[in-house]
Design a protein around this ligand. Structure first.
Ligand code: FE2
Length: 162
């Protein structure tokens, strides 16, 4: 699968979760579940994206404005991570929690828009179709590995609790 299609699909999945959270009352426990799911999906997405996709573009981009665009994308990832750290307090959902999650959602929506235009444009200029497909395959493998690691961690955590 072409990496650009994978990225678009993951973007849609995360934005659907943000939409669901927006409809919840601030004290609804469901908001906490959604936030956890968003954090998991988003951290995996950002990590794989930087390692397999951005690294390629960063080393190939030749124009100054393209380099600035790539740093902007990295900076937006860093901003998303610090907003996720803010949320990651395990506290009971309340108005402040919902507000912080919404700010994260707005930031991610902005990033997605720019990424799918600017970053994708750079990708189409510097990577041919075979390369986009190869990165897509590597992406799916990395994601499957992350999932199996997470499965193991969850299982061992469950054991400790008993
Ligand atoms: Fe991104």
């Amino acid at each position: 699968m072409n990496v650009l299609d994978i990225i678009k699909q993951e973007h849609r999945e995360v934005s659907a979760l943000f939409d669901q959270a927006k409809k919840c009352d601030p004290d609804d426990d469901r908001i906490h579940e959604l936030a956890t799911e968003i954090e998991e999906k988003l951290s995996t997405h950002l990590a794989i994206e930087e390692r397999l996709f951005y690294a390629q573009l960063r080393s190939r981009a030749e124009e100054q404005d393209e380099k600035v665009d790539m740093f902007e994308a990295y900076t937006e990832h860093a901003a998303a991570r610090s907003l996720m750290d803010m949320l990651n307090s395990g506290r009971k959902p309340d108005e402040k929690f919902k507000a912080e999650l919404q700010v994260l959602g707005e930031n991610v929506a902005h990033h997605v828009k720019e990424e799918e235009s600017t970053v994708f444009g750079i990708a189409r200029d510097y990577l041919d179709n075979d390369e986009l497909e190869a990165i897509g395959e590597a992406w799916e493998k990395a994601k499957a590995r992350k999932k199996s690691v997470r499965g193991t961690t969850t299982a061992s955590k469950a054991k400790t609790r008993r």
